[in-house]
Design a protein around this ligand. Structure first.
Ligand code: ZN
Length: 279
């Protein structure tokens, strides 16, 4: 099952077609995307019998973020060993947690304004929560996941690292700094949801390439850690961290410029296409 939004409405998406959830369910689910997560188990049962191939395939420009207005967005820093090493940090201890404020979320195909001379890319696996999670054990972590999607944790490095103590969240939350999509994929539909190919390229040149099995803190470990403090709510997002190859750690550093095309991909899920435009 692939769940996304078309013109802001919850929609099932197939290889060649789509189905509007509210219309296909006679109003039982949707069209508000967040409402679907509130009754995730019932929705999943219903959706498993649907054929999304019957409707027309939407223009990709009509796809929005799979969860446009989550109540909480968690993001994890330094969650791949090679990226932590390039950034000059030790990886022992606990996960580094910050937020991307939800107003930064954007759809899978679109533009982002170059709001910073140090605009950088970070492709990430993003988790959407399906069932409320409170002090969940690692063994039950996957039970609380509705779906996986592709995300970009776009970052204005100058803003992120400004101040005596860095303020990661603000520098990662300009409008458009959180493209997600193209849809959520049910982890049960993936051969191994703990081992997905992840990469991003700028103007066709591969910048990051890794596998999600290289995450230091796995998806179930993150659900356990985060839910030990904050209840995780249906529809919440978790950006799970980026692999090595970000621009500000290159020699010389490389940043996104107007005219650049950023493509972010995860095997078994899909891709994001983000064009950088003038501020
Ligand atoms: Zn990140």
């Amino acid at each position: 099952m692939r769940l996304g939004t078309v013109d802001g409405r919850a929609s099932l998406l197939g290889g060649s077609g789509s189905a509007d959830v509210a219309r296909a369910s006679g109003g039982r689910f949707g069209p508000d995307p967040l409402s679907v997560f509130e009754q995730w188990d019932r929705f999943r049962d219903w959706a498993s019998d649907r054929d999304p191939e019957t409707g027309a395939r939407p223009d990709p420009a009509r796809l929005g973020p799979p969860v446009p207005a989550p109540r909480q967005v968690f993001a994890i820093g330094l969650n791949y060993k090679a990226h932590a090493a390039e950034a000059g940090y030790d990886t022992t201890g606990i996960p580094q947690v910050f937020t991307k404020f939800p107003s930064c979320l954007a759809g899978p195909v679109g533009t982002v304004r170059a709001q910073s001379p140090r605009l950088d890319w970070e492709v990430e696996l993003v988790v959407a929560v399906g069932r409320r999670a409170e002090s969940v054990a690692e063994e039950r972590g996957w039970d609380h996941v509705a779906g996986l999607t592709v995300g970009q944790d776009l970052s204005a490095r100058d803003v992120q690292l400004a101040g005596a103590a860095p303020q990661w969240s603000l520098g990662k939350s300009f409008p458009g700094f959180g493209p997600t999509g193209p849809w959520l994929v049910d982890p049960a539909d993936l051969d191994d949801p703990d081992d997905l190919a992840i990469e991003c390229s700028v103007n066709g040149e591969v910048m990051q390439q890794a596998r999600t099995s290289q995450l230091i803190w796995s998806v179930p470990q993150l659900i356990a850690r985060l839910s030990s403090v904050c209840p995780l709510l249906p529809g919440d997002l978790i950006f799970t961290g980026t692999p090595a190859g970000v621009g500000n750690r290159r020699e010389p550093p490389k940043y996104l410029q107007p005219g650049d095309r950023l493509v972010s991909r995860i095997g078994g899920i899909g891709e994001l296409v983000t064009d950088v435009v003038a501020p």
